[in-house]
Design a protein around this ligand. Structure first.
Ligand code: GUN
Ligand code: ZN
Length: 429
């Protein structure tokens, strides 16, 4: 067994359900005891080292140990396409994202992209992700192979579309069924990998394709897609699905709105859609830097919470401006501030919850990860700024753990992520 000693902070509670401070647990000189990758105790270092004097101690002195970050919406094929600013969604897709996605038809290119993607997820402290995959089955095989080697918790799937996009990104519903089934058979449930049925969005999928998605969505697969991101997109979906009540209904009619569904964005959410998500337990991945970069809109967090809809964070790279979930959380905070009375003020505890445990809940993995509870996997990230940096100076002046967290969210960058563990295995540091 190993005792990790650091300032330990996590959010085993739900700060949106009660007093935000009660949701957090923190120990200034804390420790986590880990056996075979599983947490067996956590508390103050003095107490745990007294109870377990024989165990080896890893002294992470000066660092803040947080649960590994959970990114609930990030695009594998877009890791090399970050930074296309100045366009709304549909122009950005056509000019920036989709030309790059086409390049993943080449298996060698896809392998290099997967390597870039996974390396940068790890260096950003993300240990679990719901990954929007590629349109090509061979690219998904190389991605899953590499994800398995790196050891991250990855839920992902082949992206399917049968209209509107560039022709090389399309397939028929029959092809989608066959190719997805093969990938599910090879990868779902293998180690830390799971499969997510992934139509790109209703705009690029006919009812026949969404029906196939419903057929694929077995008992334990996950589902993800985009929803209500941009007003022009919402209008086009309404025109294409004249018989649907709203955008969410285009998915719901095919059995795709369940507690295993995660919808990205939902900036322009209707009340009936929020009510259905609340009733079914579907989750929303809030992607704040993407929403700002594409000018998609200001996320109505308060209305989601009022309808009982769970919200987690997504980087939405490459529309989002990076993989670092601390930055997404800060941008989420900014947006709620700017919304004034319509906003939902967020504390540092809310931000940590959104970047960790909320994502674990969205992915149905909260019994396994997302906080430092006993019995959970030791998936962790150590934030330790270099001496003299702006963050180091500010942490040295923090009044208490909540204040320290606020300074991390304001100032940390991936350069401050010095170590990352998954299942007790050090994968960076
Ligand atoms: N809607 C459909 N595809 C995409 C995508 O790649 N990024 C974003 N942000 N929205 C989408
Ligand atoms: Zn997206």
């Amino acid at each position: 067994m190993t005792l990790y000693r650091a300032t330990v902070i996590d959010t085993p509670g739900d700060p949106f359900a009660g007093e935000s401070a009660d949701a957090m647990v923190s120990d200034q000189d804390g420790a986590v005891l880990v056996s075979d990758g599983i947490i067996t105790a956590r508390g103050s270092f003095a107490t745990l080292s007294g109870l377990h004097p024989e165990e080896s101690v890893v002294d992470l002195d000066g660092g803040i140990l947080l649960p590994g970050f959970v990114d609930t919406h990030v695009h594998l094929p877009q890791i090399r396409a970050i930074g296309g600013l100045g366009m709304p969604l549909l122009d950005w897709l056509e000019r920036c994202a989709l030309p790059e996605e086409s390049r993943l038809a080449d298996r060698g290119y896809a392998a290099a992209v997967a390597t870039d993607f996974l390396a940068n997820l790890v260096s950003s402290g993300t240990t679990t992700a719901l990954v929007f995959g590629a349109h090509f089955a061979a690219a998904m095989d190389v991605f899953f192979e590499q994800a398995e080697q790196v050891g991250l918790n990855i839920t992902s799937g082949l992206v399917v579309s049968d209209r509107i996009l560039r022709p090389d990104l399309l397939c028929t519903p029959d092809q989608a069924l066959t190719r997805s089934r093969e990938l599910i058979r090879r990868w779902h449930g293998r180690g830390r990998i799971r499969y997510a049925v992934t139509p790109r969005f209703a705009l690029s999928t006919t009812d026949a394709m969404l029906e196939v998605c419903g057929e694929l969505l077995g008992e334990d697969l996950w589902f993800t897609s985009h929803l209500n991101e941009n007003l022009a997109e919402v209008r086009s979906v309404a025109a294409l699905f004249a018989g649907s009540r709203d955008y969410l209904d285009t998915y719901h009619r095919h059995g795709l709105v369940t507690s295993r569904s995660v919808f990205a964005h939902n900036v322009h959410a209707g009340d009936a859609e929020l009510a259905l998500m609340g009733d079914t337990g579907a989750w929303v991945s809030h992607c704040p830097t993407s929403n700002a970069a594409l000018g998609s809109g200001l996320f109505p967090l308060r209305r989601h919470l009022e309808h009982g809809v769970g919200v987690a964070l997504g980087s939405d790279v490459g529309a989002g401006t990076g993989l670092f979930l601390i930055k997404e959380a800060l941008q989420a905070y900014f947006v709620q501030q700017l919304l004034g009375v319509q906003g939902r003020p967020l504390s540092p505890v809310h931000l940590l919850y959104l970047a960790t445990r909320a994502g674990a809940r969205a992915l149905g993995l909260d019994h396994q990860l997302g906080d430092f509870g006993v019995g959970k996997s030791f998936d962790a990230v150590l934030i330790r700024p270099a001496p003299g940096t702006q963050l180091a100076v500010n942490l040295a002046n923090a009044a208490d753990p909540t204040d320290a967290l606020a300074r991390v969210f304001a100032l940390a960058t991936p350069a401050d992520v010095v170590s990352v563990w998954v299942g007790g295995r050090l994968i960076r540091g």
